[in-house]
Each structure stands twice: as C-alpha cells, then as structure tokens.
Design a protein around this ligand. Structure first.
Ligand SMILES: Cc1cc2nc3c(=O)[nH]c(=O)nc-3n(C[C@H](O)[C@H](O)[C@H](O)COP(=O)(O)O)c2cc1C
Length: 303
C-alpha cells in the first residue's frame, strides 16, 4: 500500500486518513468498530494541563447537515492522560497525536512538557481556538501575534513534529498560517469549528448553554475546502485538511485543494467505520485512475 503513504515533515503516515480531535475519544472507544492500525493517525481529545469539567448541558445541538457543540474541552488533564490512557494506547500501530489546548501560553507549554516524556507520541496538534484568558478571552488563533507567540513558546520545548490547528473564525486564515509557519510549525491543520448559534423558538432560549458554539459536519465543508486551498497557496508547510468529510470523494477534494492528509470528525458519530471506508475509497480511486501515489494529487487542482 505504498501508494497511500504521505508524510508531514518527519511524521510518516501509512495513509492520509486520520480522525479529528474530540470526535474519536482516545481511539480505544472505536476498537469494537474498526481496526485502528488501518488509520494514518488518531488525534486524541483536547488535553489540558489541569482537568476540566467542560461546559454545562445542553452542549450539543443538531443542525441541518451538521451539529453545534460547546463541550468545552472536558478532559482529565495531561497527568491522567500520561498515567492512565497513554499506557493503553501507546502500542497501537498508528500515529497517536495529542491535541493540546490551554488558556494561557504557560498552560500550553506545561502540557507539552509533560508530553515530551512520552516517547510514543510522534506529534502534537496545538488547538489555538481556545480563549486566551490573559488577553480578554479572544481565541489565540484569531490574531497573528498570539498565534505566533503560542507556537514559538511550544516550539522551544517540543522538537517532534508540531501541527498547529487553525481557527476558521478569522477574516484571513492565510495570515495566521504564515505567522505560525514563521515560528516553526511543521504543519497546519484546518479547520476547527465555525462559530454558530441556534435558538429553541418555543422556549425562546438558545439551544446551547453557552449560547454560541462550534459548527461542524458536512455543512462546513465548502468553507473548509476554500480555506485549505487559500492556505496551500500561502505557505510551504504541509496542510492537514478537515471539515465535513463524510466520504472518500470529500477526502480527494481536500487533497486536490492542497491537503497532504485529512481528518474526519463529526461523521464518526454517524458512521463509526467511515475512516476505513475513506482509506479504501482513496485506494480504489488511485487504482482506477492509474495513479501511483496519492502525493501526485496534493494541490493538483487545476484552476
Ligand atoms: C464534539 C466535538 C468535540 C471537539 N473537540 C475538539 C478538541 O478537543 N480539540 C480540537 O482541536 N478540535 C475539536 N473539535 C473540532 C474537530 O476536531 C474538527 O476540527 C471539526 O469538527 C471539523 O471537522 P468535522 O466537520 O469533520 O467534524 C471538536 C468537534 C466536535 C464535533
């Protein structure tokens, strides 16, 4: 299956298909459904230095072709991950990527420093869509200065592949991508959820306890493809594309737009076997079209 191999810097993937953070637990939760070794990688749930309860319920709402969530990074903290979860997942025959989140730069750095001790984590993904508490709660990923600062600080303590996950809630995603590339990111992944809102008209109340939340699923795909294509034309580092992927055709679309690899999120909730179906679909597409490597398709869109 050499034709499916891709790499994100020094991160080698047996195929371009990964699962997205927050939608696939720690991988363990899906072992009854699929053989995890068939995946290029698994991005585990957002991990923070301290444990977090997450937001009050209701924190999910269905929307046409998608969902809103305001889970709020519920997790038991990086020490729990290192002591209890890591030993159970470290020997999976796939790349285990930890999604690192935080409220301050110091949080991100401290969380990463704990992960440095875990030698079977080949890469981390920085979730910069988190509110920066010291700067009034605006997300790190919505301003070039704070996106650059958090990338720079984490880069100093992490010498394995560093993926920075971009927020789509910006005017120009390419300037954020360039800012994190300049500070040493090995890759950017995009998109995180789009800020959205839904109202229960009978109760005249928001459907989420937090009023607004993150929109994901097939409804966001055209926005995500557009942002991947714009970013591909703006940076040299490899891109991991995601947002609404529900079939292998969607994955090919992202790759043609410039993604080296892709992640599948919300659709895991609809079909927990979707990720391996996408791997098989990409392989068959390559075979049918006589393409010897998926790498030939990266950014091969003709405009
Ligand atoms: C329930 C839920 C939880 C999520 N948690 C995280 C998270 O912890 N960290 C993160 O970077 N992204 C998180 N995301 C965003 C996804 O990883 C992904 O970027 C986004 O949903 C777009 O892809 P999709 O349309 O395929 O779901 C979450 C998404 C959902 C739906």
């Amino acid at each position: 299956m050499d034709k499916l191999k891709v790499n994100i810097g020094n991160l080698f993937l047996k195929n371009p298909v990964m699962t997205a953070s927050g939608t696939f637990g720690n991988g363990k939760e899906y072992t009854d459904f699929i053989d995890l070794s068939r995946l290029g990688g698994i991005c585990v749930k957002g991990t923070t230095i301290h444990d977090r309860q997450g937001n009050a319920y209701p924190r999910m709402a269905e929307t046409p072709s998608g969902m809103l969530n305001a889970v709020g990074l519920q997790n038991k903290g990086v020490n729990y991950f290192a002591e209890k979860i890591y030993p159970e997942i470290k020997d999976y025959d796939t790349n285990i990527i930890v999604n690192v989140s935080g409220s301050t730069i110091e949080d991100y750095v401290a969380c990463t420093e704990r992960l440095v001790e875990l030698d079977k984590i080949p890469a981390i993904e920085l979730n910069i869509s988190c509110p920066n508490v010291k700067e009034g709660g605006m997300a790190f990923g919505t301003c070039t200065t704070s996106a650059a600062a958090v990338t720079k600080a984490v880069r100093r303590v992490w010498n394995r592949p560093l993926i920075v996950k971009l927020s789509p809630n910006v005017t120009d995603i390419t300037e954020i991508a360039r800012a994190v590339e300049a500070e040493g990111a090995d890759s950017v992944s995009l998109i995180n959820t789009l800020m959205g809102m839904a109202i229960d008209i009978h109760r005249r109340r928001p459907k989420l306890s937090t009023v607004t939340g993150g929109l994901s699923g097939p409804c966001v795909k055209p926005v995500a493809v557009r942002m991947v294509w714009q970013t591909y034309n703006a940076v040299k580092i490899p891109i991991i594309g995601m947002g609404g992927i529900s079939c292998w055709e969607d994955a090919i679309e992202f790759i043609l737009a410039g993604a080296t690899a892709i992640q599948i999120g919300t659709y895991n909730f609809i079909d927990p076997t979707i990720s391996v179906k996408v791997v098989d679909g990409i392989k068959q597409y390559l075979d049918r079209n006589g393409i010897s490597s998926v790498k030939e398709l990266i950014g091969a869109l003709e405009v």
